[in-house]
Design a protein around this ligand. Structure first.
Ligand code: ADP
Length: 259
């Protein structure tokens, strides 16, 4: 928790927020946003007050995942009132844009937009803020890690080697910036056939666990490739909300226990 901890020079805590966890990945499409939302809901199920900041400025998917409607309200005092869905407080660059509007911003504009979303939102008191980072490593990451106290980062990867190689670059950047790594999550780890329940290790098994060991970081858990995760996410009902006792929700809860 950032409260009571010496704050590194140049980094400022966000008032009211006790702990910030960022979720990153080496490349896009690995399920980073899906994992961020479901882990946020799993933390909430522990009794914590939780917010989600969608910092994936170039591919904001949190509004779709949580079926958020409309724009974020900018109050008269210049502070954003976050969306609320499933008990989470949510801010996303996506809800500041009209549908299909692309973000074509230069780096400094993107980093100042993120700073505003983080610091000029009425988060209230949060135990945890989960930040869904853009994939890869870039200016947005560096500026976020330099300006705000991020207590730890979770890296999401699929089992394919290429994704793991990309994830290694992200991990290397975090180490250079002295940001604590909480561990690696393997998403789309294996497939369970909906009709027979048979498990298929499509990409082989244990790739991310081995990579975590090689990189000297914790392995936080594996999430299967399940149709219900894709369907629920596209419909705005993540498995942690629609089937909180199901096996997918259990996988997310286990990860939340370890962050
Ligand atoms: P990213 O944030 O890494 O770009 P998303 O979270 O947007 O990725 O996920 C990409 C797509 O994969 C979405 O359609 C999502 O519903 C789907 N998806 C993510 N995780 C799983 C999973 N474990 N099983 C099935 N589909 C998944």
């Amino acid at each position: 928790f950032s409260h009571g901890k010496p704050v590194p020079p140049g980094k400022t805590p966000v008032p009211g927020i006790k702990r910030i966890i960022a979720v990153g990945s080496g490349k896009g499409g690995v399920g980073k946003s899906t994992t961020a939302v479901n882990v946020a809901l799993a933390l909430q199920a522990q009794g914590l007050s939780v917010g989600v900041l969608d910092a994936d400025l170039y591919g904001p998917s949190i509004p779709k995942l949580l079926a958020l409607e409309g724009q974020t309200a900018l109050r008269e005092d210049g502070i954003f009132a976050p969306h609320e869905a499933l008990g989470l407080k949510i801010m996303s660059i996506g809800s500041m844009l009209t549908k299909d509007q692309a973000v074509v911003w230069r780096g400094p504009m993107a980093t100042s937009a993120l700073r505003q979303l983080l610091r000029e939102t009425d988060w209230g008191d949060l135990d945890v803020l989960v930040i869904d980072l853009p994939p890869g490593t870039g200016d947005i990451h560096i500026s976020l890690f330099q300006q705000a106290v991020v207590d730890g980062v979770v890296i999401v990867s699929t089992p394919q080697d290429l994704a793991l190689i990309d994830a290694r670059k992200a991990i290397d950047m975090l180490r250079r910036l002295n940001v604590p790594l909480l561990g690696l999550v393997e998403n789309m780890s294996y497939f369970i056939a909906p009709d027979t329940g048979t498990r298929y290790d499509i990409f082989g098994s244990g790739g991310a666990e081995q990579a975590a060991a090689d990189l000297d970081m914790d392995f936080l858990g594996a999430i299967p490739l399940v149709m219900s995760i894709r369907e629920g996410s596209d419909a705005g009902t993540p498995p942690m909300a629609s089937a909180p006792d199901g096996p997918e929700a259990q996988a997310y809860r286990a990860i939340a226990q370890r962050v």
